[in-house]
Design a protein around this ligand. Sequence first.
Ligand code: GLN
Length: 308
Amino acid sequence: MLDLQQLINGVYDDLQSSVGQGRVADYIPELAKVDPRKFGIAVTTLDGETVSVGDADESFSIQSISKVFALTLALGKIGDGLWRVGREPSGTAFNSIIQLEQEQGLPRNPFINARAIVVADILLAGHKPREAIGEILRFSRFVANDETVSIDPDVARSEQATGFRNVALANYMRSFGNIKHPTELTLGVYFHQCAIEMSCRQLSHAGVFLANGGRDPHTLQSIVSHERARRINALMLTCGHYDGSGDFAFRVGLPGKSGVGGGIMAIAPGRASIAVWSPGLNAQGNSMLGTRALELIAQRTGWSVFGP
Ligand code: GLN
């Protein structure tokens, strides 16, 4: 029998000499303050049990991992039409603007910033920004099965003060009519969703419905249909790491979504949800040690969407 606790302890120990590798994101000043030596792993299996090691109970900024929860909510709000455009990998950086000019302001997929801003704009429809932010936060708490999940106001403020590229993306898309609300309101929603904080333990729980055909194994509540869970997983596999998505699929072989806070949520369908956190990033803005940890976990468990 697979002893998961022992397995992740082994991965954690084996990677100790690499702790601190990579570059902590500093384009959001508040994130630059995070200790680069933090390292945590948590795995939640389909029976709802969680094992963890290292700094797995410490909250960190989930950043772009929130795009999975916002997408799930927006699919609930407007349905599968959201996929009509927007399911191709971009092969570009998460904050790139280059394809927008060539493709009439229609961003490729909901995991790059441009389309995530469109998703925030969809969630804003019919609401005040405060209400839309509240809805995303409530949903994040619901999937994490933890009411203590919160937004770090300092990170949100820091992004609001320095998110010039996101402002450019939003304004550029608005010129095509692809953003419906004043961009400062839409961006307010986007920046606050990125500033949600979770621990690895909470995040691994928050992803487990995607490993379990859309159902929370703990509460047995169906969060999305099987089909929708599969599609979200497909998108995480092909687009969840931006221009590093191919490398992640090659090395880890599981759907995953990264954030510049150094977190990654990976889904082993039919098995478990895995959350890792290490703030040092690679050139594509994905956690360096986190990716390595997931690579070892996938190897040692044999979990892969590409076969045994
Ligand atoms: N809030 C970050 C940004 O918009 C999210 C980017 C990320 O995590 N890749 O730049």
